[in-house]
Design a protein around this ligand. Structure first.
Ligand SMILES: C[S@@+](CC[C@H](N)C(=O)[O-])C[C@H]1O[C@@H](n2cnc3c(N)ncnc32)[C@H](O)[C@@H]1O
Length: 272
């Protein structure tokens, strides 16, 4: 890809999704965009980028979608889910005991593994049976990921990653796939949503899962998203980041003492 075309692509992706496409990702971009190039009948990348420059929306959408990383798994980061089950959720349940209301947002839910893991946790804790009013919201930029999450159907290899035998009772085998229990699906509101857009439609959140997505953004975009998440949170709310996104680690160091965290009212769950 010509340097000029690559620079144009990087600007487009940053604007549309926050993705920070650094020059070392050139080969990755070529690999990911080759199927889009074929689907839209372009001879080469120059043709694809040329059409993007003309502002063709459907193509820009397909390019953005192709560049998202939708990797996820059930109960990803087992230690975090253990801490939620044994410590964080029991404390929150005690604090919200009068209203019996919990609002939880999975902010980059990919194909739904994260939000169904949360739904399993809440069901196992007896909150659903005890009549708690639980708003479980799952959003993602990718239309394909949201459609998969909403369908709640997984291949055996996806089920085998992270689900213990106990949690398997929430899944039913349907031919070559596993379908998530309808009651779990009904607990979740799915919506296609870009983290770069306004959070104005969200109620005050008790827990926000924003894991393994900010790491693809540049520092300024991370801080902007973190600031706006903090504004949506209850004063004792919790923001959960990915395993490698703990402030202080590489890439997040600049944000640890920066405006994002000064402004933040949310606690960030740290492990270790
Ligand atoms: C690696 S997955 C993380 C899934 C899950 N949170 C986890 O930790 O397993 C990253 C997800 O972020 C989504 N994403 C990327 N940019 C986004 C944006 N600007 N707004 C919302 N979601 C975005 C991608 O579509 C992808 O599904």
């Amino acid at each position: 890809m010509a340097p000029d075309d690559f620079a144009f692509l990087a600007r487009l992706l940053r604007r549309r999704s926050g993705l920070s496409l650094t020059p070392d990702k050139k080969a990755l971009a070529n690999r990911r965009l080759t199927p889009v190039m074929r689907r839209f009948d372009f001879k080469d990348m120059a043709g694809l980028i040329g059409e993007l420059r003309l502002g063709r929306e459907a193509l820009a959408d397909a390019v953005t979608e192709a560049m998202t990383v939708n990797e996820s798994s059930f109960f990803r980061d087992a230690a975090l889910f253990r801490k939620l089950r044994e410590d964080v959720l029991p404390r929150l349940v005690e604090a919200r005991g009068r209203d019996k209301r919990l609002r939880i947002w999975s902010a980059a839910c990919a194909a739904g593994q994260e939000v169904y893991s949360i739904a399993i946790l809440l069901t196992d804790m007896g909150l659903v049976r005890d009549g708690w009013n639980i708003d479980l919201i799952a959003t993602d930029l990718s239309g394909e990921a949201i459609a998969r999450a909403e369908a709640g159907r997984y291949a055996s290899c996806e089920i085998e990653r992270g689900l213990d035998p106990h949690a398997m009772r929430y899944f039913r085998r349907e031919r070559s796939e596993w379908a998530v229990d309808a009651a779990l699906r009904r607990m979740v509101t799915f919506k296609r949503f870009n983290l770069l857009d306004s959070f104005g439609w969200l109620d005050e959140m008790d827990i926000v899962f924003c894991r393994n997505v900010l790491m693809y953004f540049d520092i300024a975009t991370r801080l902007d998203v973190l600031d706006r998440i903090a504004d949506t949170m209850a004063p004792d709310g919790l923001l959960l980041l990915g395993e490698n996104e703990t402030p202080g680690r590489a890439g997040f160091a600049a944000s640890a003492g920066g405006p994002g965290y000064e402004k933040s009212r949310a606690s960030i769950l740290r492990l270790g």
